[in-house]
Design a binder for this molecule. Structure first.
Ligand SMILES: [Fe+2]
Length: 266
């Protein structure tokens, strides 16, 4: 599967791109079922009234493999299972689009994905303020895949368009977690005054995002449990490239095809 010139331009300009109906439905169903192996007693798949957050104190879990706190549930345990990697990171359609953006034959072979990341419904709990952040760990291109429907205001992966350009120079390096706090804060507060995009969608939809894009796991005011799988594509030369300072051309490490496309239509 190939991205069109307009899609590549959209990604360069906005820092994200939504593609619909990409994931294999058998594997999304398998992931929806697998999630409940990590649920505390009393929270069950077949009773949506048990999905409402926040977690009770005794349900919270600090372990990274099945982290539960507040309204967030990051079930990372199955992230290294072969079928989970196949669901998202090496899914042939997604892989070909990622290669198109970063260069054929240049991606690190994935051994795991992050896992299944959920946001519990807020129920009667007040919604929280929207506040963007960037992920600091080294990678080039993120992908979020929805394994179940995510209605509007249902806890989507919320993005701040164009913020990748503003955040990119706010670091000492290209890819490390070494932000220059004063500059990063300035950009963050500025973008918090912009209207973000709620990337709601259906099971099977994916969102690509640039590694320095401002984003958040948005509040979930729906009755649905927000369930997503995440992976971060890296190029094989990241060990070296990550040390280098932000480049004049922020697309230097991307594919020739993507680089050749103007950010703005004439
Ligand atoms: Fe994040």
């Amino acid at each position: 599967m190939k991205l069109t010139t307009d899609e590549l331009r959209f990604f360069k300009r906005n820092g994200y791109l939504i593609k619909r109906n990409i994931l294999n439905p058998e594997l999304t169903e398998r992931a929806r079922a697998r999630l409940w192996d990590g649920a505390p007693k009393g929270r069950t798949r077949d009773d949506p009234s048990t999905w409402v957050g926040p977690w009770a104190k005794e349900e919270e879990n600090d372990e990274g493999s099945n982290h539960r706190r507040g309204f967030r549930w990051n079930f990372r345990e199955p992230g290294d299972e072969e079928w989970m990697v196949r669901l998202l990171a090496t899914e042939p359609k997604i892989w070909s689009m990622a290669e198109q953006m970063l260069g054929a034959g240049q991606l690190v072979q994935p051994e795991r994905i992050r896992g299944i990341y959920c946001t519990l419904p807020y129920g009667d709990h007040p919604s929280q303020e929207l506040n963007c952040h960037t992920d600091g760990h080294p990678f080039h291109l993120g992908v979020v895949g929805y394994i179940d429907d995510v209605p509007p205001e249902g806890g989507s992966f919320m993005v701040w368009p164009e913020s990748h350009r503003a955040f990119y120079p706010c670091y000492t390096s290209q890819y490390l977690r070494d932000q220059i706090d004063a500059e990063h804060d300035k950009v963050r507060l500025e973008f918090n005054t912009h209207t973000p995009v709620d990337t709601h969608g259906r099971a099977g939809d994916i969102v690509f995002w640039h590694h320095r894009l401002g984003h958040m796991a948005s509040p979930n005011t729906s009755g649905q449990l927000r369930q997503a799988v995440l992976y971060d594509y890296l190029k094989t030369d990241i060990e070296q490239a990550q040390q280098e300072p932000p480049q004049e051309d922020m697309w230097r490490d991307w594919s020739d095809e993507l680089r050749a496309i103007g950010d703005w239509q004439d």
